[in-house]
Design a binder for this molecule. Structure first.
Ligand code: FE2
Length: 333
C-alpha cells in the first residue's frame, strides 16, 4: 500500500454473516467471514445475532492476523449500520463503537448496499457501471448520478434471492437455494406459465413464488418449475436493467450481491449489455456474498473523503436506503 493511504478496519453484521475486513482505498488486505446457518426455515434475527456475538472475537483476531496488523495500526473503524436486521446490526455496531472508543479511532458509517457496489467496482475495474444488486435481502438496479447511487428499479415485495431461497426451502432443496434451483433448472426445458410482474421500473416476485410452489404441488416436474422460475424471474430483472442502461447511457454493467455467482443471470446480463455495446463483468465471487472486506474498503473510501460519525450518533439503521447516502468519494466523477 502507498504510505499515505489510510488503513481501515470494517465490520459487517447486517444479516447472516459476521465479517471483519481490513482495507485501504485501493485494496482489501483481509476479510474473515462467518455465516450463520439457520437450523430450519429462514434467518431468525435473534439466533443470527447470537451467532455473531459468538464469532465476533475470533473474526476480529483472524482478520488482524491475516493483514498482519493490530487495532492500534488502523486509521479508522468502519461499520455497516444498515440496512439489515436490528439485532444483527447491533452486534457489529457495538463492537465497532467499542474499538473506536477504546483505541481512539474515528468511526465511519457504511451503508451495506453501497459496499456491495463499491466492491464490485474494485474487483471488476469498472469505473462507472450500471449495477444490478441481487441478494437474499435486496433487488436493486442502480447507478451513480449526481452525487448518489440512484435507484432505477427495485422489488416492491420480496427480494429475488429470498424468492429463490424460499422456493428451494419449501421444495426441500436446502439453503442457500439459488445454486440448487439453477442446477435443476439446467435439466428442465418446458416453460410453464408464471406471473411476469414488471410495474414501470419495479418488480414483484411473491406471486411468482406462490404460483411456482402451486405447480410443484400439482405435480409438475420440479426441473421444469425451476427452469420456468429462473427464466421468468431473471427475464423480469434483465428487462428493467436494459431500460435503465438505455436511459443512463452507461458503458459498463456489473452484477453484485449473493446472487452474482449465478451463471445463468450473468449470461443473460452479458447478452443484454452486448446488445447495447456495454461491457459486463460480475463482482469477484469471493466478494459476492456479505463480507467484512467490502465494508472496510467502502469505509476506506468514505474516510478518505472525510466521512465519519460521532459514536453517540451511530445508531443502527435497519431501513437505510441506498439513495439516502451521499457518495463524496465519487465527487469528481
Ligand atoms: Fe448483502
Amino acid at each position: 500500500m502507498a504510505p499515505e493511504e489510510p488503513l481501515v478496519l470494517g465490520i459487517e453484521s447486517t444479516a447472516h454473516t459476521f465479517g471483519v475486513g481490513l482495507a485501504t482505498p485501493s485494496r482489501i488486505l483481509a476479510s474473515v467471514d462467518y455465516s450463520y446457518q439457520p437450523r430450519a426455515g429462514g434467518i431468525h434475527p435473534r439466533e443470527a445475532a447470537e451467532h455473531h456475538s459468538r464469532v465476533a472475537g475470533r473474526a476480529l483476531a483472524e482478520a488482524l492476523a491475516e493483514a498482519g496488523v493490530g487495532v492500534g495500526d488502523v486509521d479508522a473503524v468502519a461499520v455497516a449500520l444498515g440496512p439489515g436486521m436490528g439485532p444483527c446490526l447491533r452486534v457489529g455496531a457495538t463492537l465497532a463503537r467499542y474499538l473506536a472508543v477504546r483505541y481512539s479511532k474515528p468511526l465511519v458509517p457504511v451503508n451495506h448496499a453501497v459496499a456491495h457496489i463499491e466492491v464490485a467496482r474494485l474487483t471488476t475495474g469498472f469505473r462507472d457501471p450500471l449495477v444490478v444488486y441481487i441478494a437474499g435481502g435486496n433487488t436493486i438496479i442502480t447507478t451513480f448520478v449526481e452525487g448518489r447511487y440512484r435507484v432505477f428499479g427495485e422489488t416492491l415485495d420480496m427480494p429475488l434471492g429470498n424468492c429463490l431461497d424460499t422456493f428451494a426451502r419449501e421444495v426441500g432443496l436446502g439453503f442457500p437455494g439459488t445454486p440448487r434451483v439453477e442446477e435443476l433448472a439446467a435439466r428442465g426445458g418446458r416453460l410453464l406459465d408464471l406471473p411476469y410482474v414488471v410495474k414501470g421500473q419495479d418488480l414483484q416476485f411473491s406471486g411468482l413464488l406462490t404460483r411456482a410452489l402451486r405447480l410443484v404441488r400439482e405435480g409438475e416436474r420440479l426441473e421444469d418449475v425451476c427452469y420456468s422460475l429462473v427464466e421468468t424471474a431473471y427475464s423480469m430483472l434483465v428487462e428493467v436493467a436494459e431500460r435503465a442502461l438505455a436511459l443512463t447511457g452507461k458503458r459498463e454493467v456489473t452484477l453484485t450481491g449473493g446472487v452474482a455467482r449465478s451463471r445463468i443471470l450473468c449470461e443473460k446480463l452479458e447478452r443484454m449489455a452486448a446488445l447495447h455495446g456495454a461491457a459486463f463483468k460480475p463482482v469477484e465471487p469471493r466478494y459476492a456474498g456479505d463480507n467484512g472486506g467490502m465494508i472496510a474498503y467502502t469505509g476506506a473510501l468514505a474516510y478518505s473523503a472525510g466521512v465519519t460519525i460521532e459514536v453517540e450518533r451511530s445508531r443502527v439503521r435497519p431501513l437505510w436506503r441506498l439513495d439516502q447516502v451521499d457518495v463524496p468519494w465519487r465527487a469528481g466523477a
